[in-house]
Write a protein that binds this ligand. Structure first.
Ligand SMILES: Nc1nc2c(ncn2[C@@H]2O[C@H](COP(=O)(O)OP(=O)(O)OP(=O)(O)O)[C@@H](O)[C@H]2O)c(=O)[nH]1
Ligand SMILES: [Mg+2]
Length: 194
């Protein structure tokens, strides 16, 4: 089993770990399945807190993997019932992380397979492009698409977003996609940042 431990939930940038280990960050709408993906990749059911209630993860959560890498669980966006101050706090925290974090090597942008791209996903993608961040797109909850037709429609919708890396699919229920996502993470670690 892979060694992984929770290090800190950081609500301000001063609390981010300072030991310089490379990081993979998980981003996406509230409730899309970020924490579930982290648990699946690490094969640890309750490590990252998951919840059926959107907006569960508020601070930026750092998990150290095998003493040489961080997985970073970012708070979700687009939760309609969140108070405005909270939305502004979210924006500030995420932007300072994505803009300044030198150890950030790869962003994993999660998209709900049933919904496809939504407005805020595009905004975030554009933001990642503008800041030259390396990222991949993962369509989660793939198990919820029951027919071939639905799956085909999703994949063609995802490809419209002009991605450098082809989108991957994932399900926390079936475990589908775990290996491909790991391969991408490991590959990124060995490539110099462009
Ligand atoms: N069917 C299915 N349900 C999933 C999958 N991934 C996550 N879920 C469920 O979706 C809900 C939200 O999952 P989380 O992992 O907590 O989502 P999150 O993106 O971390 O949410 P926030 O922290 O609130 O932003 C939970 O009820 C999960 O059990 C999946 O692949 N398939
Ligand atoms: Mg979460």
């Amino acid at each position: 089993m892979m060694a992984a431990e929770f290090i800190i939930g950081a609500a301000t940038p001063e609390l981010f770990p300072a030991d310089g280990l490379p990081e993979t960050a998980f981003l996406g709408r509230s409730n899309v399945g970020k924490s579930s993906l982290i648990n699946s990749l690490l094969d640890r059911k309750g490590l990252a807190r998951t919840s059926a209630t959107p907006g569960c993860t508020q601070a930026i959560q750092f998990y150290r993997v095998e003493e040489r890498h961080y997985f970073v669980d970012l708070p979700g966006y687009g939760y309609a019932k969140a108070p405005l101050v909270q939305v502004q706090g979210w924006k500030h925290l995420i932007e300072s992380y994505l803009t300044h974090r030198e150890t950030l090597q790869l962003c994993i942008l999660l998209i709900d397979a049933r919904r496809g791209w939504m407005e805020m996903d595009y905004a975030l993608q554009e933001w990642l492009e503008n800041w030259g961040r390396r990222y991949i797109v993962v369509a989660t909850k793939f198990d919820k698409l029951k027919t071939q037709r639905e799956r085909f429609q999703l994949m063609s919708a995802l490809r419209k977003a002009d991605l450098k890396h082809p989108p991957l699919t994932f399900s926390a229920v079936t475990g589908q996609g775990v290996r491909e996502i790991w391969q991408t993470i490991l590959k990124t670690k060995t490539q110099p940042q462009s």
